[in-house]
Write a protein of this length. Structure first.
Length: 263
């Protein structure tokens, strides 16, 4: 947790907010001061010097909820406007539509996916590497009716992605630790949260925020008979390396920007 300094440093101080930062330093921020004393001189001893002290100071802008993000996974999560995380905890199940069994009200015909490009091939690419555009809170995004999960490009991309997910010691979606998912795990994705209420057929909905979820490979599959692709996931809190901008006013749905060094 202390990057190996706890047993080596004489003093570790954490200030939030930081002290004596440059004028105009962004807020909120976090400052870490590490001090190590009694470091022996080598050549200084010939002139009577014995030990010296080293102080290292670093400050970083604290992470904020994502306001704009690129590479979002082409799924949407229902979050009634105004979107809030008041009832969400890490590890909580996040439901998605399954063909003929909608779990989000008011969106008949929309089973899982956003409208991406021109058909299953483009959707498969988005499943593999995320949607290429940058999306922001307040922007609209289009739904796509029908079930494309059984198509070759989509199911192949899904299976390939699931095969690359890390093998975790415990399932974060089934009572396991939610903070042991490695950075870059393909099963850890950020998706738009929207309010599907009133969406009937292909429609445009407003992005309320960005939620981070873990796609559970053990209980998700490309084909459940007539039900098509079945996707199980749970809510996670962590850094999204694809964050473009962040804002303290954005709903904190788990996805936050990486901290930025300011000192």
């Amino acid at each position: 947790m202390n990057n190996g300094l706890a047993s080596d440093a004489n003093s570790l101080t954490i200030n939030e907010p930081g002290q004596n930062l440059p004028a105009g330093a962004p807020s909120p921020n976090l400052q870490v001061i590490v001090t190590k004393s009694n470091i022996p001189y080598m050549f200084g001893r010939v002139i009577g010097l014995d030990t010296y002290k080293v102080v290292a100071v670093a400050a970083a802008k604290s992470s904020l909820p994502v306001n704009s993000v690129r590479g979002v996974f082409p799924l949407g999560m229902q979050c009634t406007a105004p979107c809030t995380t008041a009832n969400m905890v890490p590890g909580q199940s996040v439901p998605f539509n399954v063909k003929f069994t909608p779990v989000i009200g008011g969106a008949p015909g929309n089973w899982q996916w956003w409208s991406v490009g021109n058909g299953a091939g483009d959707l498969g690419n988005a499943v593999s590497g995320g949607m290429t555009a940058t999306f922001s809170i307040g922007q609209t995004i289009s739904t796509d009716t029908g079930n494309k999960g059984n198509s070759g490009p989509v199911s192949d991309a899904w299976n390939a992605r699931m095969a690359k997910c890390a093998v975790l010691a415990s399932d974060p979606c089934n009572g396991g630790a939610t903070n042991n998912i490695p950075t870059g795990d393909p099963c850890l994705v950020t998706i738009p949260a929207v309010d599907f209420t009133g969406c009937n057929g292909n429609c445009s909905v407003t992005i309320e925020g960005f939620v981070q979820v873990y796609l559970e490979p053990s209980s998700s599959s490309k084909n459940q008979g007539q039900n098509g692709t079945k996707i199980n996931a749970c809510y996670i809190k962590g850094v999204d390396g694809n964050a473009v901008t962040a804002s303290s006013s954005a709903p904190n749905l788990g996805a936050v920007e990486p901290p930025k060094l300011i000192q």
